[in-house]
Design a protein around this ligand. Structure first.
Ligand code: NAI
Length: 281
């Protein structure tokens, strides 16, 4: 159980030991937030020199955090940095690094074959309960997971750059990912004090909830309002006439009129001005 964490919204947290593979931009950031929230982190990369740089990056980033958070108490800030850094150990030996791991987060080079080779090795080395997650930006989680025999305990955990600043985490399940695994990944993200959104397969927005779409665009893309909230604000009848007025491209279904929008408009649900659109007001 993770200690030193105060959110009552998170229960049954089982992830304590986290192994992060790849200590680059993303891996170092993920290690920092996991260590800052009381996890025991093992950061793995291919050489000690790279790992030294990763720790330097983490320390530099923590100094910036502390400057704001402990502005009046520099000593407490120093103490915090010391504690967090103590929670991170480094290793170039992936075998020993996953032996007591509850969760492996992979953030190595964006190459399917290399990721598959890594996970196929880890699958034989890690305990049965260990959950595997990839931070890939563009590869299919199913393709990566297919290299293992634990596809039910495999998901995507997609952080945004810079990790300590960006609140959004996309939690991605494949058709084989179990509900327990998804719950653990969602819980873990909350323990990191991030805002997870759940995606069946990333970019298939039609699978996502309207709340999650808005959260993703606000926290991931920095929009002040989510697209659905904004559509309600503008008025769905207006949005509809804009879509209808657009030049049509028969090869691109994105220009088609929207059945959902037509239905809402026909029902008089025009957004804020009528008290209901995508959301109720
Ligand atoms: P990076 O190049 O900064 O770091 C990758 C690290 O992995 C390097 O330190 C490298 O030495 C290490 N590495 C490579 N192969 C390894 C192996 N077999 N075992 C152990 N370590 C290995 O890359 P970055 O930007 O951190 O990206 C990592 C992953 O995160 C990629 O899959 C990328 O698509 C994804 N990602 C990147 C984002 C970004 O903005 N940079 C945002 C979200 C996801």
């Amino acid at each position: 159980v993770v200690r030193g964490f105060s959110s009552s919204a998170v229960r049954n947290v089982v992830i304590k030991n986290v192994t992060i593979i790849g200590g680059g931009q993303m891996g170092a950031g993920i290690a920092q937030v996991a260590a800052s929230t009381g996890h025991s982190v093992t950061l793995v990369d291919t050489s000690d020199d790279i790992l030294k740089k990763s720790i330097k990056t983490i320390e530099g980033s923590l100094k910036r955090v502390v400057k704001k958070k402990f502005a009046d108490k520099p000593e407490a800030g120093e103490e915090f940095i010391k504690k967090v850094v103590q929670n991170v150990s480094t290793s170039t030996d992936v075998e020993s690094a996953v032996q007591s791991s509850d969760l492996v987060v992979e953030a190595i080079v964006e190459n399917l074959k290399i990721k598959q080779d890594l996970f196929s090795r880890l699958d034989k080395l890690a305990p049965p309960h260990t959950i595997f997650a990839s931070n890939t930006s563009s590869l299919s989680i199913s393709d990566i997971a297919s290299s293992t025999s634990r596809q039910d305990r495999f998901g995507g955990l997609h952080f945004f750059n810079p990790v300590p600043m960006m609140k959004l985490v996309e939690v991605i399940g494949t058709p084989a990912t179990s509900q327990e695994t998804l719950d653990s990944l969602l819980n873990f993200s909350k323990v990191l004090r991030k805002t997870p959104v759940s995606c069946k397969v990333r970019l298939y927005v039609s699978d996502a909830s309207k709340e999650d779409i808005d959260i993703a665009m606000k926290l991931g893309a920095g929009h002040p309002m989510g697209p659905l909230e904004l559509a309600d604000y503008i008025g769905l009848d207006i949005i509809n006439s804009v879509i209808e007025g657009e030049t049509k491209d028969p090869n691109n279904p994105l220009f088609n009129s929207s059945d959902l929008l037509n239905k809402l408009v026909a029902e008089g649900k025009l957004g804020r001005k009528t008290g209901e659109g995508f959301f109720k007001y």
